[in-house]
Design a protein around this ligand. Structure first.
Ligand code: THU
Length: 190
């Protein structure tokens, strides 16, 4: 079982350095369970060339410095945080989404006693923009928690971004501008 799994993955992962461990081994024990920490796996560099017939870059795009425009959008995201309904976590988030039309749509996180019913600030901003008829976007700024620290969008929000925005779409966080493809490589699409 353990060997079969390793065989299936051989060629998908290459070791970063060709030292003593030249072959990627899934840390599985005899029964097929993980027996080492995922730290070991993280040292292994992804080297996907094609996935489902699409060519995928294995290096992430660079994070760009904040400019005056992105700082201004961050300020809007920061200002709208006051409206967040974060009764359960106390973690308020604001998002400012610029549509191709130039219109800015704001969003905050809205929590619920039934936790999964809550929505993130980013998706709230998208809900508002899509409802207004927008389909194309040029930037998103996010401010949450300690405003000096980047508040990275959650996985679900990244997938929503990937639905509407291109790979180079700028996601503006406290410490720089992150191209979407760097936040969500290998996004699901249909
Ligand atoms: N949250 C957002 O609104 N956006 C993010 O990027 C991360 C998390 C919210 C969801 C929840 O209301 C609270 O932050 C704590 O997870």
């Amino acid at each position: 079982m353990a060997k079969k799994m390793t065989d299936r993955l051989r060629g998908f992962f290459d070791p970063i350095e060709e030292e003593e461990n030249t072959e990627f081994q899934l840390p599985l024990d005899e029964s097929g369970k993980l027996h080492r920490s995922m730290g070991t796996v993280r040292k292994v560099q992804h080297n996907f060339k094609t996935v489902r017939n699409r060519t995928i870059e294995s290096t992430l795009p660079a994070v760009l410095p904040l400019d005056a425009e992105s700082r201004a959008l961050l300020e809007l995201a920061k200002a709208v945080r006051d409206k967040a309904y974060a009764k359960y976590s106390g973690f308020t988030v604001g998002a400012a989404l610029v549509a191709a039309s130039g219109q800015v749509y704001l969003g905050v996180n809205i929590e619920n006693a039934a936790f999964p019913a809550g929505i993130c600030a980013e998706r709230a901003a998208f809900c508002s923009a899509i409802t207004a008829g927008e389909r194309s976007f040029s930037a998103l700024a996010i401010c949450g928690g300690d405003e000096r620290v980047p508040c990275f969008p959650c996985g679900m929000c990244r997938q929503v971004l990937a639905e509407f925005c291109p790979a180079d779409f700028p996601v503006i966080l406290a410490d720089g501008v992150y191209p979407l493809a760097g936040l969500l490589p290998h996004a699901f699409s249909m």
